[in-house]
Design a protein around this ligand. Structure first.
Ligand code: 13P
Length: 255
C-alpha cells in the first residue's frame, strides 16, 4: 500500500457551531495559516454558514463542505437539504453518516447509502464516516462493524464514483471525549477499511482511496496519527474551531 499515491485531506467538522459572522472571522484567521498547505483543506460548516464560508474562502486553498444532505432531489422533507441544492450554491464536499447523525437522528447504514449515492450523483465529494461504539470495540468486533458500515454505505457506488469518496474512520468513543485512538489502533482499522475497499473495487482503487482518522485529533497528537501508513488525513471536530490548532494539524499532514 503506497501512501504517496494519496494526497492527504484535512477537514474540519464544525458541527453546530458558529454564526455566519463567526464563520467568516474564523476562516479569515485560518487563511494565512494554511495558505502553504501541501494537502487538501476543507471546512464543513452548518448550512446557514455556507454562503459566508464560500465568500470568505474564495481564491484561497480552503474548500467548503456541508455536514449532511438528503437522498431525494426535492420534496416534502421538512428541514432537509438536498445534494442538488448544495451543488447549486457551489459546495464541493459533504459529510455523510457522521456518528452523531446515526446516534441522535436515526441515520442507518441504508440511509447513509442513499445519501451517499445522491451526493455522488450531484457531483459532490463525500466524506463518509464509519466507526465502532465503545462496546463494539470491547467485544472485539471493530473490524466487522466498519466493514459492514463501509460495504452498505458503498452499495451500488461505481468504481468511478468511488474516486469522489473519502472515508473517515471515527471511533465513536473517541469523538469529543479527548480519548484518541492510538496511532496503531487508527492505522489498524484504516488498513482494514482499505482491505475492504480492495475486496470491493480492487487494489488500485483501494490504494487511491483517502482514509482519514477522526476523534479527538488535535495539534498535539496529529503528527503521530498522520504519520501512519494508512492514515491519509483527519476529520477534526473541536480543534477545527481554533485556527491555530487547525493549522498545526494541516502542517502535520503536509510533510
Ligand atoms: P472531535 O475532534 O471534537 O473529537 O470530533 C471528531 C469528529 O466527530 C469529526 O467529525
Amino acid at each position: 500500500m503506497n501512501k504517496a499515491l494519496r494526497r492527504p485531506v484535512i477537514a474540519g467538522n464544525w458541527k453546530m457551531n458558529k454564526t455566519p459572522d463567526e464563520a467568516k472571522a474564523l476562516i479569515e484567521e485560518m487563511k494565512p495559516l494554511v495558505a502553504d498547505a501541501d494537502c487538501d483543506v476543507v471546512v464543513c460548516v452548518p448550512y446557514v454558514d455556507i454562503p459566508a464560508a464560500l465568500e470568505a474562502t474564495a481564491g484561497s486553498n480552503i474548500k467548503v463542505g456541508a455536514e449532511n444532505c438528503h437522498w431525494a432531489e426535492s420534496g416534502a422533507f421538512t428541514a432537509e437539504i438536498s445534494a442538488p441544492m448544495l451543488k447549486a450554491v457551489g459546495v464541493p464536499y459533504v459529510i455523510i453518516g457522521h456518528s452523531e447523525r446515526r446516534q441522535y437522528f436515526g441515520e442507518t447504514d441504508v440511509t447513509v447509502n442513499k445519501r451517499t449515492k445522491a451526493a455522488l450523483a450531484s457531483g459532490l465529494k463525500v466524506i463518509l464516516c464509519v466507526g465502532e461504539l465503545l462496546e463494539q470495540r470491547e467485544q472485539g468486533i471493530t473490524e466487522e462493524v466498519v466493514r459492514y458500515q463501509t460495504k452498505i454505505a458503498l452499495g451500488d457506488v461505481s468504481a468511478e464514483d468511488l474516486k469522489n469518496v473519502i472515508i473517515a474512520y471515527e471511533p465513536v468513543w473517541a469523538i469529543g471525549t479527548g480519548r484518541t485512538a492510538t496511532a496503531e489502533q487508527a492505522n489498524e482499522v484504516n488498513a482494514a477499511i482499505r482491505a475492504c475497499i480492495a475486496e470491493l473495487y480492487g487494489k488500485d482503487a483501494a490504494d487511491a482511496t483517502v482514509i482519514q482518522y477522526g476523534g479527538s485529533m488535535n495539534a498535539k497528537n496529529a503528527a503521530e496519527l498522520l504519520a501512519q501508513p494508512d492514515v491519509d488525513g483527519g476529520l477534526i471536530g473541536g480543534a477545527s474551531l481554533k485556527a491555530q490548532d487547525f493549522s498545526v494539524i494541516v502542517k502535520a499532514a503536509s510533510v
